[in-house]
Design a protein around this ligand. Structure first.
Ligand SMILES: *Cc1c(COP(=O)(O)O)cnc(C)c1O
Length: 395
């Protein structure tokens, strides 16, 4: 008994320090002890600040949320356990049975699945329209439309949504506009400045940036809606782990540097590939041949991002040869990592679509999406040039 007297109440004092740690402490505690019920009352009534239970909130989540709030020009945003948890929290906080959601027709795969299969199961009707065309969106509205969900830049064809046109439409009809800003990031666009009511991120991607934490973020302009989203996240268990938040905070500190470097390289790589024989086309909003180049220039203020796509002539055989000839570029279906990653939508994100539906989106067997990282541009140019030559030789 005398050997282990401190374990049950963990009464050992926290080591004293008159100085403050430079790096944020990690606070994995699930529960927080209060001195007495009066103190707990004070906390619940907002007279004092304090945590009670980690699903309801913890310091690492609040710190990370405050960082992303500053980037997005938001207040009161929350961090969630994944990007999809952020989409779920927005939907569960804002909608009820009988409502209709109008989504962009090239949303992230799981968001599309949620709209096409899961929300209808809960009595929420959904339909899709092309977000580069505000008139098409207007035609798809219904009297019950309560939310519009779009992504600023689409995956993998990098089409740029007419956010301002759609925001005007949403506000004229009292509809909540939710923008998933994962691809674009606040470095290029802050959707709240362009009429968004809700901003969503997969923090997993560029903001955390090291492919080691799965997290999301959601903020709403209206305080009541923000509170409803927060309650939904807590009730449905969509809140994040302290360790993931701690990792993401560390990653987010270098976000702007990583973004700027990767963006410069992406522009160079896209132009380089466009000039190689064996490359049928390159899609990068910063290039004059991109269908939304003008809108991207105006909306994103010259910040065209780290993502580009390209199509090899020669289909699957060329695609296999390309990936095998580029062993230093991870062939992995993610984006926003510090290292460059290559994704092949026909065999991953878009494999559930028929070949015709993929063709309608311009996604062939030779189509790749590149998430450019922070490696030296010359290294990537060399490797991809080798890849394109191997692809051309394979067909
Ligand atoms: C990855 C991604 C998501 C989902 O995020 P997770 O963190 O993987 O749950 C949502 N939207 C976009 C645009 C994404 O790229």
């Amino acid at each position: 008994m005398t050997d282990t007297p401190h374990i049950p109440a963990r009464r050992l004092p926290w080591p004293e320090s008159g100085s403050r740690p430079v790096a944020s402490p990690l606070s994995p505690s699930v529960v927080y002890a209060t001195p007495d019920p009066d103190a707990l009352d004070a906390q619940y009534e907002g007279r004092t600040k304090g945590y009670s239970y980690a699903r309801e909130g913890h310091p690492n989540a609040d710190l990370l949320a405050a960082m992303i709030d500053r980037m997005e020009g938001a207040t009161g945003g929350i961090v969630t356990g994944s990007g999809m948890a952020a989409v779920s929290a927005a939907v569960l906080g804002a909608l009820k049975a009988g409502d209709h959601v109008l989504g962009g027709d090239q949303l992230y795969g799981r968001s599309l699945r949620m709209l096409s299969q899961d929300l209808p199961r809960l009595g929420i009707a959904t339909s899709l329209a092309d977000p580069t065309d505000a008139a098409g969106f207007a035609a798809a509205l219904r009297p019950e439309t309560r939310m519009i969900l779009i992504e600023t830049v689409s995956n993998p064809t990098l089409r740029v949504a007419d956010i301002e046109g759609i925001a005007a439409l949403a506000h004229a009809h009292g509809i909540v506009l939710a923008v998933d800003n994962t691809f674009t990031t606040p470095r290029a666009l802050r959707p709240f400045q362009h009429g968004a009511d809700i901003v969503i991120h997969s923090v997993t991607k560029l903001l955390a940036g090291h492919a080691d934490a799965t997290l999301g973020y959601v903020a709403a302009r209206d305080p009541d809606l923000a509170q409803a989203i927060k309650v939904a996240a807590t009730t449905w268990g969509l809140t994040p782990s302290p360790f993931d938040c701690w990792l993401a905070e560390r990653g987010a500190l270098s976000f702007e540097l990583r973004y700027d470097r990767a963006e410069q390289t992406a522009a160079r790589l896209a132009d380089h590939l466009a000039n190689l024989t064996g490359v049928a086309r390159v899609l990068y909003p910063g290039r004059a041949d991109h269908p939304d180049h003008n809108r991207a220039g105006a909306l994103l203020q010259g910040r065209f991002g780290n993502m580009f796509s390209f199509e090899l002539a020669g289909g699957r055989a060329a695609a296999n040869a390309f990936t095998r000839a580029c062993p230093n570029i991870a062939f992995a279906p993610t984006l926003g990592d510090i290292a460059t990653t290559l994704s092949h939508p026909a065999s991953s994100s878009h494999r559930a679509l028929s070949a015709q539906d993929r063709a309608a989106l311009g996604i062939s067997e030779g189509f790749f999406r590149v998430s450019v990282g922070v490696e030296p541009a010359e290294t990537l140019i060399e490797e991809m040039t080798r890849g394109v030559a191997a692809a051309a030789a394979a067909v």
